[in-house]
Design a protein around this ligand. Structure first.
Ligand code: LAC
Length: 393
């Protein structure tokens, strides 16, 4: 007699019944969800369940309104550059040397200030959409993680309020203002609030964020006009506030800045040389996280030629695409002095507020330490091109 029929020939023991019930419960989708923090939408995973930066994105996605998530996630147009930023890291292999490293030393001095790690926070806009405490929480998280936050010129809170929220170091990102009085006012406020460096964004960030436009029925207003409805004054999507950018302008504001001043958005050796000619104190290699010009190269691909052009005369800061400690290692091996994280702390902030920023930055720091040890490199000075094999297309 087959097994199933035979089960009816005798009555169940209590033990069999309990076992059957337990098996039924364990097989239910509800119980499975309890075992998997990323499928159980009835609870937010505890912060310690998150292992890497990507995990924070999943939680932020679950918690944030669509528009806030999309604003952080997207790149301009077809998002080619945004994807390529990540892909470029897979074209660089790490070639370790045999050397046991007890405790890698990650410290560096940047513009005369000590940094525990070569990892800072990129300037990113409007943290209020990610968390009610906005940039104040980001600053608290950054301070707790012993890192420097670069405050965006389009922050949700005034710079003095962000500065007062935590004791850690700040830099300030500046969007050029043609009106030099207004420019001076903004730069004065940032310096009075104690910002230790000024990063001037020079890419002509002129995006169309199509995810925003697709989301038009769900959010309050689409943030950018479609290309077929250009703003009256110019047909290029580039904001009128940016059409006049010039190197001469950097000379004009240089005398307003008493702290080190960098240009952010450099993607060629030629522009890096111009930064030096114009007396800038640092070069910031960035394609705005793929949010400026689609089909711009990945920052990792252009980093070596920029590093060669700068030839150690000023620090080279790098962002766009860092998600892992090994990414940091690759950028430093190719000559970056330090890297910045843009989306990563935004996922931390959106997921858990200040503790999320702290935790996600600490995860990257810990990954970086592990990567240095595994690569047999005792300190940042030992990170050079012998550590990588690049195969850029
Ligand atoms: C952006 C601008 C505001 O990337 O920097 O959205």
């Amino acid at each position: 007699m087959p097994h199933l029929e035979s089960t009816w020939t005798h009555s169940l023991t209590r033990r069999d019944a309990a076992r059957a019930l337990a098996a039924f419960a364990a097989g239910s989708p509800l119980a499975l969800a309890q075992q998997d923090p990323f499928r159980d939408h009835s609870r937010v995973p505890a912060i310690d369940e998150l292992l890497n930066a990507f995990d924070f994105e999943a939680v932020a996605y679950a918690k944030l309104p669509r528009q806030a998530y999309d604003y952080t996630a997207y790149g301009t147009d077809g998002e080619f550059t945004m994807r390529r930023n990540r892909e470029a890291f897979s074209w660089v292999d790490l070639t370790p040397c045999v050397q046991s490293i007890a405790k890698p030393d990650t410290a560096l001095t940047l513009f005369g200030k000590p940094h525990a790690f070569p990892i800072l926070l990129s300037p990113t806009a409007g943290h209020l959409q990610l968390h009610p405490a906005a940039e104040a929480a980001t600053h608290q998280g950054a301070t707790a993680a012993r890192t420097t936050m670069i405050v965006s010129n389009v922050a949700s809170l005034p710079i003095n309020e962000i500065a007062a929220a935590a004791p850690g170091p700040l830099w300030f990102q500046f969007y050029p203002r043609e009106d030099l009085t207004a420019a001076r006012d903004t730069l004065d406020r940032a310096q009075a609030a104690g910002c230790q460096a000024i990063v001037v964004t020079v890419d002509q960030q002129a995006p169309v964020f199509e995810r925003d436009l697709h989301g038009r029925h769900l959010g309050p207003i689409a943030r950018r006009l479609p290309a077929r409805q250009p703003a009256a004054a110019n047909p290029y999507r580039i904001s009128d506030r940016r059409l006049w950018y010039s190197w001469k302008y950097l000379d004009q504001i240089r005398e307003m800045v008493k702290v080190p001043m960098l240009a952010k958005g450099i993607l060629t050796a030629e522009d890096a040389r111009l930064c030096l000619e114009h007396g800038l104190d640092g070069v910031y290699v960035s394609n705005h996280g793929g949010r400026s010009l689609d089909y711009a190269p990945a920052t990792l691909e252009v980093l070596p030629e920029i590093v060669d052009a700068v030839a150690g005369r000023v620090p080279v800061i790098f962002d766009s695409g860092i998600r892992r400690g090994t990414d940091v290692l690759k950028a430093l091996a190719l000559g970056a002095t330090a890297v910045c994280l843009g989306r990563v702390p935004r996922w931390g902030l959106g997921a858990y507020g200040a503790p999320g920023v702290q935790r996600v930055v600490e995860i990257l720091q810990a990954e970086f330490v592990q990567a240095m040890a595994a690569a047999g490199r005792p300190n940042l000075a030992a990170l050079n091109r012998t550590l990588v094999r690049t195969d850029f297309p």
